[in-house]
Design a protein around this ligand. Structure first.
Ligand SMILES: Cc1cc2nc3c(=O)[nH]c(=O)nc-3n(C[C@H](O)[C@H](O)[C@H](O)COP(=O)(O)OP(=O)(O)OC[C@H]3O[C@@H](n4cnc5c(N)ncnc54)[C@H](O)[C@@H]3O)c2cc1C
Ligand SMILES: NC(=O)c1ccc[n+]([C@@H]2O[C@H](COP(=O)([O-])OP(=O)(O)OC[C@H]3O[C@@H](n4cnc5c(N)ncnc54)[C@H](OP(=O)(O)O)[C@@H]3O)[C@@H](O)[C@H]2O)c1
Length: 282
């Protein structure tokens, strides 16, 4: 019997941003299935402690569903306080190495419809902490393909500048938006580093603080940095939030906007409407 995983995800490309943050691009044995932007792929490796068993972990897909050659994931090697079981096995793998996989799943997808069946047109504020930017890369590229006219505001926070993954693509999409006068493609990108005083962030002249600080009102109750950029206060009539990252990030973003009646699906209004979708680990 062959030891090859089945079905197999083969690493075809790997881009290391730092020694513990990388993009992996996989060829899938059964081809890339249809999936919704925002879903995750589950990867498996032989379990380090249980012979004959597979250790599975979910990873958000950062490539859009329209991409059918390779599927991209954005992964951190969890090293502290103890080496993560799965990512420590994944990190030494090279081009051509194979893992097992399970097809995409998950409900962290874009809401395209209002509860009354009409199209959802509110701006999307995408709040990503660290690798939590991954599902939003799939959203954005998918929405570009669809020719969306919804305003997209991406807020990305990382500890260090070098961990602001996808920064070049995000800046380019913002430049394109400016170049077309924000007609048709209305895209804003804000980035912040949460350890601004550390030497590795020397030279960063952007905002300091965790990603939630970009949507927290100013000390005097004035607009948040993201509201300043778009020139409008966020209300439930004009804005929906999508949050991905640590549970602390989800809770802090919710706390920043809940006084304005922004709600999750659990707290939906009588008509079924809500304004915040999130996915966190923990
Ligand atoms: C829907 C979903 C999507 C996800 N998408 C992504 C993604 O796109 N990119 C990404 O990088 N991750 C993503 N994750 C997280 C990913 O699934 C794994 O949880 C992550 O890679 C860590 O797995 P691991 O086996 O290496 O670490 P684990 O062994 O599971 O350990 C997890 C953490 O706990 C710590 N830990 C372990 N044991 C102990 C202990 N005894 N005491 C104290 N601390 C301990 C480890 O140091 C580590 O930081 C996602 C999670 C979910 C639920
Ligand atoms: N679809 C998903 O569910 C999905 C997808 C991708 C990632 N994730 C999860 O998202 C998290 C981010 O992972 P990462 O390794 O990329 O993060 P990271 O780089 O270690 O941290 C990213 C940012 O989050 C901040 N942060 C750290 N701990 C926090 C807390 N308890 N509350 C609020 N903010 C905190 C960091 O601030 P400091 O500099 O102050 O530490 C940093 O600004 C992980 O839990 C990961 O598993 C989930």
């Amino acid at each position: 019997m062959s030891d090859a995983p089945s079905p197999a995800a083969t690493i075809r490309e790997r881009v290391d941003l730092t020694d513990s943050l990388a993009l992996f691009r996989f060829e899938l044995e059964n081809g890339i299935p249809d999936y919704a932007a925002g879903q995750y792929l589950t990867l498996g490796l032989p379990h380090p402690d249980k012979p004959g068993k597979i250790l599975w972990r979910p990873y958000s897909i950062s490539s859009p569903p329209e991409r059918k050659d390779l599927m991209e994931l954005y992964i951190r090697w969890a090293r502290s306080p103890v080496p993560g079981k799965f990512t420590t096995l994944l990190w030494p793998l090279k081009i051509g190495d194979q893992l097992a996989y399970k097809d995409p799943k998950g409900a962290f997808s874009i809401e395209h419809q209002r509860p009354d069946g009409g199209p959802e047109t509110r701006r999307m504020v995408l709040m990503g902490g660290g690798t939590g930017i991954a599902p939003f890369m799939a959203y954005i590229q998918h929405l570009r393909k669809l020719g969306t006219t919804r305003q997209i505001v991406v807020c990305h926070g990382a500890s260090y500048v070098e961990e602001l993954g996808y920064r070049e693509e995000l800046l380019e999409w913002q430049r394109e938006s400016v170049a077309c006068g924000r007609k048709g493609w209305d895209f804003h990108y804000l980035a912040t580093v949460s350890r601004p005083k550390e030497p590795a962030n020397a030279g960063w002249d952007g905002p300091g603080g965790r990603v939630e600080s970009l949507v927290q009102p100013a000390a005097d109750g004035g607009p948040s940095p993201a509201e300043v950029v778009v020139g409008e206060r966020f209300t439930t009539a004009n804005t929906s939030f999508y949050i991905c990252g640590f549970d602390g990030t989800v809770q802090s973003v919710k706390a920043a906007v809940e006084s304005r009646d922004f709600r999750t699906k659990k707290e939906a209004r009588e008509d079924g409407g809500y304004d915040i979708k999130f996915e966190s680990y923990g």
